[in-house]
Design a protein around this ligand. Sequence first.
Ligand code: T1G
Length: 528
Amino acid sequence: AEYLRLPHSLALIRLRNPPVNALSLAVVNGIREGLQKAMSDHTIKAIVVCGANDKFCAGADISSFSRSSPGISFGVVVDEIQRYEKPVVAAIRGVALGGGLELALGCHYRIAHAEARVGLPEVALGILPGARGTQLLPRLIGVPMSLDLITSGRPVGADEALKLGILDVVINSDPVEEAVKFSQEILDKPLEPRRLLNKSVPSLPNMDSIFSEAFAKVQKQYPGFLAPETSIQALQAAVNLPYKLGIKEEEKLALYLQKSGQARALQYVFFAESSVHKQSPPSVASWQTASPQPISSVGVLGLGTMGRGIAMCFAKAGIPVVAVESDPKQLEIAKKAVTSMLEREASKMQQSGRAWTKPTLTFSSSADMLCESGRFGQKTGKGWYQYDKPLGRVHRPDPWLSEFLSQYRETHHLESRSISQEEILERCLYSLINEGFRILGEGIAASPEQIDIIYLSGYGWPRYRGGPMFYAATVGLPVVLEKLQKYYTQNPDVPQLEPSDYLKKLAAHGNPPPKDWQSLAGPPGSKL
Ligand code: T1G
């Protein structure tokens, strides 16, 4: 943070830490030094705080979280600013997020550009606003809106923030110039009413029900996430405790979250999401730059459930499809399934008076005995279960299946045994993870982050577990390897359980974090 003396007895503290002026230790120390200088200089009457490069501040430096706990020491600075004997005015451009907004809440006045955005997005990182945010915001704008903003983490635009009372002035010109003028006008005004820490939270008669509704809402909206619920507890502390105890509770809850696996996973996701956007190889067209091309025909590799669906979509759109399936049995099944789907669609279309071309489909197969007997799952009304109707969702056990399984066991000389939840989970998850390592080794995925982001965005993997590859590192690669080895030995007929070479290479290094995998395992041979 830079310290500048301005005309009219003013000092300026400008945060400068590209790209978003995050609150690194150096920035925080710079702010404190600036405040001390301005205090000991009797010619200085007021201080303006702003950020360089058209941004105020995006909060604590997330990249340093694994090294130190955020927020706690910065909260002391926020209090120092509030108690400061000279007026401190925040001039906000761009973003004031997380610790950036907490810094602004510490200031006695907040002036922002109309296009600025402010908010406390910490929940998205699995933590809470730990530098007084949960204690100061409700004192400023009341409990209901604080609950909304803190548990959702959504930033608000300057106009909404002005209405809520978070900002004092919103302008369309340079907020620093405006803050300089504004400071002259408020020099003689008492500071005490501007110190949020000495105010109490506006009370409401139905506070208990407000909180219980908030708990119910976040449990429904963000099931499994720790941070929203824990933030509500911190807000309760703001209501029930005096400031100096409330901030202790906030610190305690912030530390609890920061140490949780969820915070580590969500912070990994934050960086993974921004890195995958940058990962397309330079010579390859990307969706951002390429313009759509006409599609004359389409190739589909593999005719499992998804392949069939994709082939069908194109066929229905009148685009010729060539589908390739290497397993003869799977091919037969797919052929039947696609033909019957096409016929069904065709008869629907005929009924509705529409016509469509029935485009080229070449197949090639699987060994799924259930499918061979037409048991395709929910779609057909039976699979591992029987359903109330085709496409129905109500399932019940099917005596046919127990008969089938006992015959299967007899044929293959298998003994029935009960399988623990743990084994079910491990065999499903670790074989999925194993496949992830395989495609990393083959260069089909460019990074573990890519696989994880696809699982979070496309398959509903819980965000607070970071994705399958991050999860593997959480469990420990040597553990994943050992378990796969164990299950593969027990089930040599399941190739998905055979540990991939890539995993073996990495596990030999212990449990390296995903970001180090590629450098440790060496460059993949790209098959793309
Ligand atoms: N710390 C470190 N790096 C950050 C950062 C941060 N807070 N915010 C952004 N970056 C990096 C980001 O990784 C990328 O880096 C570059 O900045 C541009 O970001 C005490 C504990 C500010 C709205 O959660 O929402 O304060 O890839 O590509 O689309 O209670 O970044 O270029 O090397 O996303 O213009 C709370 C998170 C922290 C804000 C800009 N703050 N950031 O969006 O660019 S916790 C946040 C954002 C905290 C306190 C607590 C967005 C953005 P690189 P970008 P953008």
